[in-house]
Design a protein around this ligand. Structure first.
Ligand code: BDR
Ligand code: CA
Length: 310
């Protein structure tokens, strides 16, 4: 099993990604760090604890991270119109019995990368604030991490939170630009591919018909997200953004990547991810530009409810 740390701003698709990661049994989840983004960091932590309890995986450590961007006040507000007032599609869950850890997120990340050199994949499903803070604290982690998979950016397609910017990058653009340039081995799974993997009302129907507590939970939280995407974007379903990044951590073959130099605009089109030429002082990152949507979707739908056993 691949050791991973998952960083989240839970969020409906973060919750689906966590469920997929757990049920696939392909990943050894060392811990989940939380960040502001779709909701506040406190809400992201609460939601993550609740999701883990529903999934009967409350033994996975949850570690609260940053409450705001590294170098500025909030640029972007919460995404309650996308994820619901509570971040989980307004599905009410019991107050979590489990508690979050008290260690700082960057220390949790550093401790684990030092304990398991070259063995840990870091999966970022929210802003890159916690990762940037960890690199700033100890740049040695650039060599210690096996790889980083980031859900974020829109390199050759339009953005979502702004016409030019994707939400996770826009949430903390300075942190994202710093991470992209740090030289850390990074695969970027952005809107270029995630909007080609949609969860549709028909998929939700499959979960409803299965009618287990687990499948009902997945169906209940997904409806709000799907409604938003169909209404606001005219799509046939919602983008499986965060689940696809987990999919890529499980099997890189779900996507085709190209090594590109990518920067984050910190000026007029803040949060925009764009390619630059080789001349610049800059690290290459692997950008996912194509996805085998059918293969990924089949794997996701199979694993998230049945796991690898059936
Ligand atoms: C990303 O932004 C958040 O709203 C989602 O959880 C996902 O991580 C999609 O742009
Ligand atoms: Ca997210």
């Amino acid at each position: 099993m691949k050791k991973v740390i998952i960083d989240v701003d839970t969020g409906i698709d973060d919750a689906l990604a966590i469920a997929y990661a757990i049920r696939s049994e392909a990943l050894d989840i060392l811990g989940i760090t939380t960040c502001f983004g779709n909701v506040s960091v406190e809400e992201a932590t609460r939601n993550t604890l609740q999701v883990l309890e529903v999934l009967q995986a409350a033994d996975i450590p949850v570690v609260p991270g940053y409450a705001k961007p590294l170098e500025r006040d909030h640029l972007k507000g919460k995404a309650l119109h996308v994820h619901g007032e509570n971040g989980l599609g307004n599905v009410e869950l019991p107050v979590p019995e489990s508690r979050a850890r008290t260690i700082a997120a960057e220390d949790f990340i550093l401790d684990n990368l030092r304990s398991f050199p070259k063995q840990v994949t870091y999966i970022a499903l929210g802003s890159l604030t916690n990762l940037a803070a960890a690199i700033q604290k100890d740049p040695a982690i650039i060599e210690l991490v096996d790889k980083v998979v980031v859900m974020g950016g829109a390199v050759r397609v339009p953005g979502n939170v702004k016409p030019h910017a994707e939400a996770n990058i826009y949430t903390d653009p300075e942190a994202a630009d710093f991470v992209f340039q740090s030289g850390i081995p990074l695969t970027l799974v952005g809107l270029d591919v995630t909007l080609k993997t949609l969860l549709t009302p028909e998929d939700v129907k499959v979960w409803e018909e299965l009618d287990t507590p687990h499948s009902r939970f997945l169906a209940d939280i997904s409806k709000f997200y799907i409604d938003f995407y169909m209404r606001e974007n005219g799509l046939a379903g919602c983008g499986l953004h965060d689940p696809l990044a987990v999919g890529v951590a499980i099997d890189q073959e779900f996507v085709k990547t190209e090594p590109l130099y990518v920067r984050v605009d910190l000026g007029e089109e803040i949060g925009k991810t764009y390619e630059v030429g080789r001349g610049e002082e800059q690290s290459l990152i692997d950008v996912a530009l194509e996805v085998d949507a059918e293969k990924f979707k089949d794997h996701f739908m199979q694993m998230i409810v049945h796991g690898p056993g059936v």
